[in-house]
Design a protein around this ligand. Sequence first.
Ligand code: ATP
Length: 545
Amino acid sequence: MATAAEEPPGLQDLNSPAAGRHAAAAGASGGMSQAAKKTIGHRGIDPKGETTYKKTASSTVKGAIQLGIAHTVGSLTQKPERDVLLQDFEVVESFFFPSEGSNLTPAHHYGDFKFKTYAPIAFRYFRELFGIRPDDYMCSLCNDGLIELSNSGASGSLFYVSSDDEFIIKTVQHKEAEFLQKLLPGYFMNLNQNRRTLLPKFYGLYCVQAGGKNIRIVVMNNLLPSAVHMHSKYDLKGSTYKRRASAKEREKAIPTFKDLDFMQDMQEGLLLDGDKYIALCKTIHRDCLLLQSFKIMDYSLLLAIHNVDQAAAEAVAGTSDQRRPQGQKSLYSTAIESIQAEGGAMASMESEDETGGIPARNAKGERLLVYIGIIDILQSYRLVKKLEHSWKALVHDGDTVSVHRPRFYAERFEKFMCNRVFKKMPLKGSPSKKRRANGPGKKGVGFGPSLSTQSSISQQPPLSVQAGWDGVEGGEVDSAMQSDRPDLLPRTPAASGAASTPKAPLHSSAGAEASPVNPAVEGSDGTKDEEDSAPMRPAGPVDPQ
Ligand code: ATP
């Protein structure tokens, strides 16, 4: 786990009260001694105190990303709109950016580099699906400085947020990028069918090639609006094995707590209105089935809580740090949008809260806004590799590992989220129900749907996913949830029902019209990949049943 001591000064923890966004945007500087030069994975700190990734200064990485994205999005606008074809997922476009500039690229001071764009037409289509126009995408990412986040995880990735708060950029390892490429057709086929998802929205996959290094990045939706002060933040997996934040993590301004911390801090869970609870669990169920079908495990639910009543008290006391960055747009893909029911119920469920948080209550009845999303879905290959080592001696049938364990993970995750983390607010005494009876409350908080929503929701069939549970409220975590031990394989049948499971894997065949580069041979032009190149299991969907 990254520690505060390992982070250069001046970086921004998203939602950290102490964070000065623009100080961070200016970059970290000064004062870091050689002694503090520590590396985590590919992330390090140079003698001047600047973060590095694969020994490349963060400012260079940011500059190259911005030049590259501006160019690739600009050149895409010249290509006519058309349907996405299967071979579009295999296309890799490459532009050379000499430091002295060329007919097509501007002069710059980042050293010569190449910028690769993966599946440009496919990603363009999916950005459109989420209402992101090319000029907005380019403006968000390229007009102002990218802000480096200090709260990066243990994997050694670098995180940047766009200055308008819309997008997160994360560096990914070779295998993660490769995994995402394989995932893309099925993943996006599902997004096409169902946009109400908590899965990460990948808006672009790129690679900066410089100095013999490949720096791969994904652009994703930012789940945590920095204008909202998060009073607490959790990374939840549904496991209790070693799932407590470390002492070092707790020293941070806004630590990322884990499952055991949540169970201790919020024994009653987060209480949601019935319709929101149903919509959320439906989304989680569908997402888990999809992840299971791709044999993906080890993902987390990132959950951040803004306590509306606490914030109001802080504002009165003058201790509030609520920030409203100028010109901030509403997020393209927010938590509340992710869980809204399809069709007619959608509009009426709209929250009045403009930041996209899901209205909830804690056990004290305080009003909360909850920001959630599933993160870290590209790391399965690590776990698969680990499992291959430890399980070989125990399990002779490889399929038992690769098929059943993802189901176990998904079921445990879903059960934990829908039994322990989120709970249906009791109908009687539900503050939002009372409020409804008394007329609308304060604008800007958006607790509880309108009456019309209730009627449309109640017409929906009950969720089959709930059928086999201990009960939707406060069900006990079963023994298998107490540990990550592989001997605790699922004993329950797979959850069935409403999910939209992907069909057969899409196999690409024909050559692409834009002379695709086979990603497998990437690096053959002399660049060096530092990542482990052990073979990976295919990412094709399996039947989750
Ligand atoms: P680890 O190996 O510890 O899981 P990682 O480097 O893979 O870490 P993540 O777990 O993906 O990183 O994320 C680390 C932190 O970055 C999260 O706890 C969260 O605070 C922030 N983060 C990640 N993804 C997003 C996102 N889409 N929006 C906002 N914040 C995010």
